[in-house]
Design a protein around this ligand. Sequence first.
Ligand code: DCP
Ligand code: MG
Length: 379
Amino acid sequence: KKARIDKTTDRIPMYACQRSTPLQHHNKQFTDALEVLEEHALYRDDPNSEARALAFRRGSATLKSLPYKITHVGQLKNLPYIDSTNSSKAGHCKKIITEILEEGFSDEVEGVTNSEFFKSMKIFCGIFGVGPSTARKWFYDLNLRTLEDIKTKKLTLTKDQTLGLRYHEDLNKPLLLEEANHIAKLVRETCTALRSGCTVTVVGGFRRGKDKGHDLDLIISHPIEGNEEGMLAMVLEKLDEHFIYTEKKASNTKRQTSLESRSTMDHFEKCFSIFKYRHEGSAKQSQSNILHLEGTWAAKRVDLIVVPKSQFAFAVLGWTGTKHFEREIRRYVRSEKKLVLTSHGMYTLDTNESISADSEEEIFEKLGLNFLPPSERCC
Ligand code: DCP
Ligand code: MG
């Protein structure tokens, strides 16, 4: 029944959603190199950069799924997106891996890593609110290079970017699992106190088993459809003193049902925020369970997403990631199943009929995929 889609070369399936990809794998030396080239491609602005970036990520994702370490070139034979007779992009991945196998490093990767462009873009894009196009403007048009340059130059900044600079040091330190659990607990207790039965689910990297991340992603829901409504405003008000910044996005349920707007961005009511995380021992917990902020604290990024029960399984799947896993499962669904998968649901490509599911397991099942737990989606 669970027919594997055998668009496979040898035994490694083509789509990352068809194979297990653990967090810890055997080929980090190669995947780190390929992901530098992916990142570099994403920083550049030419018509091919997106496709180039994707090709490096696909090659990297194949290597991450291998249950052994690559030690010689012969092992690259038939690997999806690495060994392909008709793709120059796969050839590029193979060339890099071969270089590393033979020389211990890749000239091209070293060159990129040490380039002024890459180094500055990495710094600029590491600022909350700054993306590649702003970063490129700063680099090329204004000749800026360092964080100091950004801080001293009188630039016109968005609200996000101003905060991104103000809390730069905090926001560029990884958010630790322990801290994430602390914040999740506070949000969960606040939500359930406001409305009994309310659920708060950790998604994103922490759900995949990472022990640190760039932010905490939380889905707020309720077992009774409709009871999630209004939760965001209430929880933000209740936890007001814990937030430095909140950027609310209204839900847009009208758009979600029309085919053309099913882009990668979802339409849930959500909030991108900067949370004021107080360090252990620096606060007293009062009886009302509100933490009193005293002493040292650090700014941490937290995303809250409000999801109605009927879309919950899809939202959890869509927000658990990785970004590449999401891209792959959606590509598989469209090409192999003639369906559309989003964080809101699943629909037939031709008639736009909705197919429901109550759990991630059920979604995989209905897609003819073997279930992959979050910890095996680390592509
Ligand atoms: N995601 C999505 N659409 C969005 C935002 C996110 O599909 N508009 C998905 C892909 C991500 C996950 O949600 O894997 C969470 O996004 P993050 O950017 O927080 O990524 P991670 O949590 O995977 O990594 P990190 O540890 O850096 O936070
Ligand atoms: Mg995250």
